[in-house]
Design a protein around this ligand. Structure first.
Ligand SMILES: NC(=O)c1ccc[n+]([C@@H]2O[C@H](COP(=O)([O-])OP(=O)(O)OC[C@H]3O[C@@H](n4cnc5c(N)ncnc54)[C@H](OP(=O)(O)O)[C@@H]3O)[C@@H](O)[C@H]2O)c1
Length: 309
């Protein structure tokens, strides 16, 4: 049962390979630490080799000898995503768990990536879409593969306008973040519909935690964010429990959405959470998937028997 689940309940992950994007800090590092403690081999994926090295060192301090390593991945670059997936494919290990966790919040001015995408949507959604698609062959070689996608409370806010995915019309930093988080939620649900029994895809909302997420925000927004998080939130380790629950619990259902049980999904133990209305729109999810395929050039494919769409 989801009630009273804590990190002490993590099932044995020995022999399993996990990739955690944004594993260099915040909730990603806390998630990776939990997975390593349960025996998983963990790849921390992030942009900065030094931050990755320090993160791996911190995990080794807690879990000496744990098979944890950093690998360079810039989700805002389709070439970097392809490189990362290629290196993992060369290593040839089946991938048991992919945690799509990394994100940027509050890019003050609309910024384009080298691929011509708005940076928030590129990092939070399109990079993860391309990464997941490229890793599908490795995932399908694992006995019970799982993809966990980290969403946010703000996924409740906007209706996603696919005609303005890149926020060309009226760029607002927080709206761009909220749009990207709705996109990743729609992606996680559509992934399950497309993969059917070939893998398990779950979405999680970890709730508030005072991490580095506000680092790009202007000082007043950063201060307000941290104050709100301190008031409503809990420790990074507690917030990571929701991600770890989605990643390891045998109680999760394919296509499920999980959040903390308390006020506004910001505190408490993990439990199934109601989907925001816009996330129940299957046509929107399908159209976003097709648009993401066209933009990234990555077309995730699943065994024909697993397709029902
Ligand atoms: N903290 C909260 O209150 C809260 C609430 C709801 C949801 N969430 C969600 O939780 C997840 C983790 O956030 P957090 O709070 O842990 O934030 P964080 O401390 O800022 O961590 C974000 C991670 O994403 C990585 N990242 C950023 N851009 C990247 C890129 N282009 N390529 C690869 N990695 C990149 C960062 O790594 P480098 O900078 O080292 O590359 C960092 O490790 C996010 O999906 C966020 O939306 C957080």
């Amino acid at each position: 049962m989801a009630h009273h689940w804590t990190q002490n309940d993590i099932s044995d992950m020995s022999g399993k390979l996990a990739v955690v994007t944004g594993g260099s800090g915040g909730l990603g590092l806390a998630t990776a630490t939990g997975l390593a403690g349960a025996g998983a081999e963990v790849v921390l994926a992030g942009r900065d080799p030094e931050r990755l090295r320090i993160a791996a060192e911190r995990i080794h301090d807690r879990h000496p000898g744990a098979p944890v390593r950093g690998e360079r991945l810039d989700l805002a670059s389709l070439a970097s995503v392809a490189d990362f997936a290629g290196r993992l494919a060369d290593q040839g290990r089946p991938l048991d768990l992919l945690v799509n966790n990394a994100a940027v919040l509050y890019i003050p001015r609309r910024t384009l990536t080298e691929d011509g995408f708005e940076l928030t949507m590129a990092t939070n959604h399109l990079g993860h879409f391309a990464l997941t698609g490229r890793l599908v062959p490795l995932l399908l070689r694992a006995p019970a593969p799982r993809v966990v996608t980290v969403c946010s409370l703000t996924a409740k806010v906007p209706a996603l306008d696919l005609a303005d995915l890149m926020s060309e019309r009226n760029y607002r930093p927080l709206t761009a973040y909220a749009k990207s988080k709705m996109a990743v939620l729609l992606f996680a649900l559509e992934l399950q519909r497309r993969a059917t029994r070939a893998l398990t895809s779950v979405a999680v909302n970890p709730g508030s935690a005072s991490t580095g997420l506000y680092r790009h925000s202007p000082a007043p927004v950063r201060g307000l964010g941290h104050r709100l998080d301190r008031l409503l939130g809990r420790s990074t380790q507690d917030a990571a429990s929701v991600i770890l629950y989605g990643a390891t619990s045998s109680d999760v259902v394919p296509g499920g959405f999980y959040a903390a049980s308390g006020l506004l999904g910001r505190r408490g133990t993990p439990r199934p959470a109601p989907l925001p209305k816009a996330a129940r729109d299957h046509a929107l999810a399908r159209d976003l998937w097709l648009k993401s395929e066209a933009l990234t050039g990555v077309r995730p494919s699943f065994p024909a028997r697993s397709l029902t769409v």
